[in-house]
Write a protein that binds this ligand. Sequence first.
Ligand code: ADE
Length: 225
Amino acid sequence: MRIDIISVVPGLLDSPFSHSILKRARERGLLEVNVVNLRDHTTYARAQVDDYPFGGGAGMVLMIEPLVNALESLQRERVYDEIIYLTPDGETLNQPMANALSLKTNLLLICGHYKGIDQRFRDHFVTREVSIGDYVLSGGELAAAVMVDAIGRLIPGVLNDESSALSDSFQDNLLAPPVYTRPEEFRGWRVPEVLLSGNHKKIDDWRHEQSVARTKDRRPDLLDD
Ligand code: ADE
């Protein structure tokens, strides 16, 4: 899979894809991430990419022209399955969306800044608008990093143990059960005996019960779906 990201602050995305699982995914050739600086695609003086909003009001708006220039230069190389604008008024990112996007070949993520981007770009080029939660970030870059992480780890072959993504929270609308590792006892706190029993059927049943109990307690809304 290839993910291109258009940003006015590309430096914000220098490191998130260079460690741990995403680093391995890139090294294995399973994921390619490419960050494009919007300022390289403007014809305005002093690399201007934003301007005051028509009608007045606070903040600046990213202009349509540099966005279209950047998009069209990327589209000369590949066809995108989705052109996604990161925005707090988009549909909220969730695990089913990450699962579906992990099966795509080419994604383009557009990061807004200041007061957002010219609505005409959203109307005529963006195919999907995504929010990572009900709070406002200062730009779309950190949201893009969250999306790349959530999607990238699901690409087949990225996680060593294929089953480990299947047992994540949300994969079956349940939160993940508690996990323990060595030592068996610390300050008198023991690991639940069932996990030491070697009985895999019992362990699976216990984990499922724990998942259901945790979901009822913390996220009963997930059980309504
Ligand atoms: N840009 C600013 N806030 C955002 C959010 N919550 N999700 C996605 N993009 C954003």
